[in-house]
Write a protein that binds this ligand. Structure first.
Ligand SMILES: Nc1ncnc2c1ncn2[C@@H]1O[C@H](COP(=O)(O)OP(=O)(O)OP(=O)(O)O)[C@@H](O)[C@H]1O
Length: 594
């Protein structure tokens, strides 16, 4: 199938596993089709010898003959046991090669997808839902694995076993073979369609179950909102509706299966019956033996299992093809932000310049910056103020090259960011994002995320600067306290300070602080700002905030409005201008004297 052709590179990579898997399937099946001939031989031989046994009519000779028959049956039995044992060994090897291959492919695919995720730009993540991205990595890859593993294994098994059984039967009696095989295609086709129906119903159930889980999950995480708005009954009704639909579908599926499995058994029984009837007739007219009937019954039995899974193979392949197309489509997405061909890696001192930068978020069409210009020399401190949505954070996003401007340029030490190595650029900027994101890990590791080769002492030092020491030591496990779902829940201000400590640890020449202390009380803020003064002396600092940091002298102050600079200067100039900054400053200092 063309849609699955992109898996060829993986099959090629694991070709030895695949080829040996096919070989093991063939050998395992060989040991499955030999027993019917052994059984035929033993039945026919014993049948003949029993006739002779009765003719002998008693005495020592008859006893010896009886022992010989028992001996024969015993050794044939041993042979059957040996064949079953050998078949088991090769079935084990077949699984160990093909299923293991599918696990390796699954791992390779996950790695490829995850790697690609990491290359993609912020725009991509904004325009795709997280659930959708997770599905590619988990559900789609699992569906493809069901094809590369079980579906391929059973398909090879089906072909090899059918060919061997039919060949085995034809060798014995072509006419009898034809008679017993006539119902097989009808059986195969009906199994295929019923299985497809079952799969469709199962798919529907799966999606209903996922709806049900999402509803429950949202209700649990939003339980405080639900309770405070007294919406329990409404949410219950909503949950009930999903639950009812799910129940209805599962009952419906149970009904289909309840009819399907007995019907299949009946069909198998009828096939056996027809084999015995037709075989019996052939035996009576001397064209077959009793052993042949037993042999054919076993062949038919052997062919039933692969027949039963024709539908499963078909639907697994179809689902895998759909999933693989989704994966391919995603892997073809080129990152909008990538390294230039000859990327520069200059030593960064910290001169930042925005030159007539205009920027519009493509997927919403919102213009966030209009001809925005700024010049900041290494070591200077800048504060960007402005009403919400005025474009402050966008300035930071462009400096980190999360997006490229549509016009104008952003430069670091005179080098256009588009010419710079992306990792090098980001390594030289310490950033605290507005939404303080922490990982479900210890406080220590969350801070050390900023620089993984930092020593313990360095971690403690940045925690001290972020005024975290006391709180951390009040936790029973101190720095080893686990944050997250099952760990300690932190306050907004504590989270922000851990994120700040992480950025300080990175120790880059440029520091970009986006609302890094908005959830911290003014007294703690003052302590942190005074702790940082020395540390930040030679660093370029851009502070994006709604609240003026009154303890610091900024080299430049910018007030933004509608993507443009509304006011710009130093404190005294802006106080004289008596505009928005002056108003904000007065309002803040009157409320909280500095
Ligand atoms: N990822 C995004 N995708 C689309 N539009 C965005 C995105 N981020 C911001 N915007 C829009 O761009 C404009 C500027 O947003 P920005 O976040 O830069 O403002 P801000 O001044 O930092 O606001 P706040 O003080 O609330 O953080 C806003 O109108 C916002 O809706």
């Amino acid at each position: 199938m063309k849609r699955l052709s992109s898996l060829n590179k993986y099959f090629w990579r694991h070709k030895w596993r695949l080829f040996s898997g096919i070989l093991f399937v063939t050998i395992a099946n060989l040991f499955a089709v030999i027993p019917p001939t052994v059984i035929r031989t033993v039945i026919d031989a014993v049948g003949e010898e029993i006739d002779v046994y009765h003719l002998i009519g008693g005495g020592k000779t008859q006893e010896l003959f009886r022992n010989e028959i028992f001996g024969q049956v015993f050794w044939y039995g041993m042979l059957l046991l040996l064949l079953a044992f050998l078949r088991g060994i090769f079935m084990f090897l077949m699984r160990q090669t093909i299923i293991v291959m599918s696990r390796h492919i699954e791992y390779g695919q996950k790695e490829e997808i995850y790697n690609h995720y990491q290359q993609l730009d912020a725009q991509f993540f904004k325009s795709h839902a997280t659930g959708d991205l997770m599905n590619r990595l988990s559900e789609d890859v699992s569906r493809v694995r069901m094809y590369t593993g079980p579906a391929i294994m059973y398909a090879v098994n089906l072909v090899v076993l059918t060919v061997m059984c039919v060949w085995g039967m034809l060798r014995v009696n072509p006419l009898l073979t034809l008679c017993v095989l006539i119902p097989m295609p009808i059986l195969g086709i009906s199994i295929y369609y019923v299985n497809r129906l079952i799969y469709k119903k199962s798919e529907k159930i799966q999606s209903q179950l996922s709806d049900l889980t999402t509803t429950a999950q949202e209700a649990f995480s939003g339980i405080r909102v639900i309770k405070s708005f007294v919406q329990e009954k409404n949410i219950m009704r909503f949950f009930d509706a999903h639950s009812e639909a799910y129940k209805h579908s599962t009952i419906n599926l149970a009904m289909t299966e309840a009819i399907y499995f007995p019907a299949m058994n009946l069909f198998v029984g009828l096939s056996m019956l027809s084999t015995i009837l037709v075989g019996g007739y052939f035996t009576i007219i001397g064209k077959a033996t009793a052993g042949n009937i037993a042999e054919f019954v076993i062949y038919i039995n052997l062919m039933m299992f692969p027949m039963f899974i024709i539908g499963m193979i078909a639907s697994t392949t179809q689902r895998a093809a759909a999933s693989q197309s989704r994966i391919d489509e995603f892997l073809k997405t080129e990152p909008a932000i990538k390294d230039p061909e000859h990327a520069l890696n200059p030593i960064v001192l910290g001169d930042v310049a925005f030159d007539k930068v205009s920027f519009t978020y493509q997927h919403t069409g919102i213009q966030a910056l209009r001809e925005f210009s700024l010049k900041l020399r290494a070591g200077e401190k800048l504060i960007i103020l402005g009403e919400t949505g005025s474009g402050k954070s966008t300035v930071g996003q462009l400096l980190l090259r999360m997006y490229d401007p549509q016009s104008g340029s952003v430069r670091l030490d005179g080098v256009d960011l588009r010419e710079m190595d992306l990792n090098h650029l980001r390594r030289n900027i310490s950033y605290t994002p507005q939404d303080a994101l922490l990982f479900s890990d210890t406080i220590f590791n969350n801070i050390r995320f900023g620089r993984d080769d930092a020593s313990e002492q360095e971690v403690y030092e940045v925690a001290r600067m972020a005024h975290l020491e006391n709180e951390i030591s009040s936790f029973a496990d101190g720095y080893q306290t686990v944050i997250g779902e099952r760990g300690v829940m932190l306050s907004g201000g504590q989270k922000q300070r851990i994120v700040l400590a992480r950025a300080l640890l990175k120790n880059s020449p440029v520091l970009l602080l986006d609302e890094c202390l908005s959830a911290v009380d003014t007294q703690t803020e003052q302590i942190i700002l005074s702790n940082l003064k020395k540390y930040l002396e030679d660093k370029t600092v851009l502070v994006i905030t709604h609240r003026i940091f009154t303890g610091w002298n900024f080299d430049q102050i910018i007030v933004m409005r509608d993507g443009q600079i509304a006011e710009q200067g130093v404190h005294d100039e802006l106080m004289q201008l008596n505009g928005r900054y002056a108003k904000l400053f007065r309002h803040q200092t009157e409320a909280t004297p500095a």
